[in-house]
Design a protein around this ligand. Structure first.
Ligand SMILES: [Zn+2]
Length: 334
């Protein structure tokens, strides 16, 4: 039995920290476990110009020097190809595409991918990765990721050199698409999609703190996601999709979608890999494959995680985290 493991300090390739001043608390929580975080641009207002992206980056750097922010911009239909060159110069790693109405702050999202072909061509040229919330909101909830895949297949045919990340994959079909695609196509997987099934969300009393988009799917989907995560296939790497909403926005009649997992996602993932006897693949999934895909060097700092129980707090700064008040088996060794 392994009781302690030292790995390269992880990267979180999908993180929401919202707007300042609250963002400072969330980035502090992330900096305990993560060396770098790819911060998402769906703030209000969105990060949709190079100037806003640079300003957001500076705010993050000023608030916490222990974590390096990796930057993204939101792809809106108003975006011009020439803007892509400026985003590249400003250091953007990804452009993030949200179909219209699919999740938090996406009413300004995209309805027709074809309209964006000049943008995708510019991103392909500038070597900016296209990051996609891959759901089709026009179909029923549990079919949305599956329904989006034909659009992705067309996109990969039309832009074979464009790097694409299908974010927070949640289904058997999502995994199959990644496996059948070229090496330019990869996926992030969250801790919550690895840990839970729809039965945890609403098989019994509905748990708003497990409500997110894409929705947590079936036990069968979860099994395929777990197998993909522990497989050692470099096309699958970690992105928490940690997305804080204050308690009153979750525990109400119109619960917001999003799970706050950043303070405890790593212990959850360690436990899953340990249960599979795949601790040897942990470092690649958390700290290796994502950096490799994005052409970044792997981090130089390390963390040690040990088998020691701790209880997840009931709240972090007014946000109820995933697994609040529950006991976890793995801790950060300080
Ligand atoms: Zn997200």
């Amino acid at each position: 039995m392994i009781n302690e493991i030292t790995i390269i300090k992880p990267d979180d390739f999908h993180l929401h920290i919202r707007d300042f001043p609250d963002a400072e608390k969330y980035i502090n929580d992330s900096s305990i476990w993560f060396s770098r975080a790819l911060v998402m641009p769906n703030t209000l207002p969105p990060i949709d110009t190079p100037e806003k992206m640079i300003a957001y980056k500076k705010q993050i750097e000023a608030s916490n020097e222990k974590i390096e922010p990796l930057m993204s911009f939101k792809i809106l239909s108003s975006l011009k190809s020439v803007d892509i060159i400026n985003f590249k110069k400003a250091g953007a790693l990804i452009g993030k595409l949200y179909p219209k109405g699919v999740t938090t702050n996406s009413s300004d999202g995209i309805e027709n991918l074809r309209e964006l072909y000049p943008i995708f061509a510019a991103m392909e040229n500038q070597k900016i990765t296209l990051s996609i919330h891959g759901e089709d909101p026009s179909v029923s909830l549990f079919q949305r990721e599956k329904a989006f895949i034909p659009k992705l297949e067309q996109l990969t045919k039309d832009f074979p050199n464009l790097k694409i990340v299908l974010e927070h994959i949640s289904t058997i079909e999502g995994v199959a698409f990644i496996l059948s695609s070229s090496d330019n196509v990869a996926a992030t997987i969250t801790a919550h999609h690895l840990l839970f099934s729809v039965d945890d969300l609403m098989g019994g009393p509905f748990n708003p703190h497990l409500f997110c988009k894409p929705i947590i799917q079936t036990v069968e989907d979860r099994g395929v996601l777990r197998a993909a995560a522990v497989s050692g296939n470099p096309k699958f790497f970690f992105g928490s999709d940690s997305a804080p909403h204050i308690k009153s926005k979750k525990e109400c009649s119109t619960s917001a979608a999003g799970i706050y997992s950043a303070p405890l996602a790593i212990p959850v993932v360690v436990e899953i890999f340990d249960n599979y006897g795949k601790i040897n693949q942990l470092e690649n999934f958390l700290s290796g494959f994502g950096a490799d895909f994005y052409g970044l060097s792997r981090n130089s700092d390390k963390i040690t995680i040990k088998r020691k129980k701790w209880k997840v707090p009931s709240e972090y700064h007014g946000v109820v985290p995933m697994l609040a008040n529950r006991e976890l088996n793995w801790s950060l060794k300080k």
